[in-house]
Design a protein around this ligand. Sequence first.
Ligand code: NAP
Ligand code: MG
Length: 399
Amino acid sequence: MPDRIPMKNAIVEIDGDEMTRVLWSLVKEKLLLPYIDLKTEYFDLSLGNRDKTDDAVTQESAHAIARLGVGVKCATITSNMDRKKEYGLKTLTPSPNATIRATLDGTVFRKTISVQGIQSTVSTWKKPIVIGRHAYGDIYKNTEMLVPGPGKVELVYTAEDGGEKRLLVVDMKGSGIVQGIHNLDASIKNFARACFLYALDEKIPVWFAAKDTISKTYDGRFKDIFNQIYETEFKEKCKEAGISYFYTLIDDAVARVVKSEGGFLWACKNYDGDVMSDMIASASGSLAMMTSVLVSPSGAVEYEAAHGTVQQHYYRWRKGEKTSTNPTALIFAWTGALAKRALLDGTPELNAFAKKLENATIKAIEEGEMTGDLARLVSPAPSKILDSWEFVDAITKRL
Ligand code: NAP
Ligand code: MG
């Protein structure tokens, strides 16, 4: 294919598991390779290969993103005991996303893909709600223990100069559980900076919420650092741009979000962001219509779909069914990465292609050619529900 669009530098391509892995090669074969002379550094993060390499492949892929500046990732299975049995694993490897986030110390921004005719379940939402998820620490980098019986649990800090601080967690009267979590001032500062920079780019206000009434020191620190970064580095810029910042308690934020019009960045701690982005995604329509981008303070970025590997569809596909799994967020992960590569390399032709592919995808849906998850949301219902392969053909027709 002689006249494909050239690429100057490679992007990191991270392959994954189950149904999204099936769609990954479909999207590449039908929507990318015919048009682009695709340059990627490929990493196979399928569960089996992570197990085989003792998870070294995950670390390597994260470092490659730091080096090349742009990555695109397929959904991956986070292993648990069921998966250990299913795949005959040696060990349980950590969540690849948590490893990549920890290595890049990034903030994850999740945003829904808007399509005309698809109404949000929350009727007041008129504009997208972007979730800014802190991607370091808390329970995603925890140390936990089953406590077998009565005894004292303590927090001990040993300073480099040998000084010590000790706090009683609990005097346990019986068996139970305990976990230690942490965060770093530097990471929280970068999180706050990433959020204000994103908001200034998009010209949207910033909300931040935590639970500092209960967690006075831990969540209190998040609140103080966020305020400090706003006051010292962003207040003037935000005023000039007409952007507001406000802090509230997480439960108050949840209540306000549901009554809001949308159109803001909701900065969330790691766990809150994990849970709330699924809520926003499914209330906005379908999990398959939300993209996710990890922005590291060094400027490196990784794009992915917000949804998982769509396990149940995969089992049906293996039995021979052509499932109606929606590849839109996967396609937008690729277009996000290609457009970023184009921006960094100064290759407008590649950027134009990324936009064309996005437009063709949205156009197909708006013209009534869509997968089952979306067909449920539009009225009148489309005359035919497409399977993933037919939907990709509908996009190709418009490219
Ligand atoms: P999921 O893959 O997000 O799917 C949950 C349900 O949402 C599906 O059963 C399906 O509903 C719907 N859905 C999600 N994506 C869809 C799409 N593209 N098109 C149509 N429907 C879609 O979550 P899961 O099945 O609970 O998790 C499966 C695996 O994914 C787990 O092993 C988990 O560890 C992993 N995971 C990975 C990531 C990541 O790598 N970023 C994120 C989350 C989860 P219906 O069945 O009703 O059609
Ligand atoms: Mg989640």
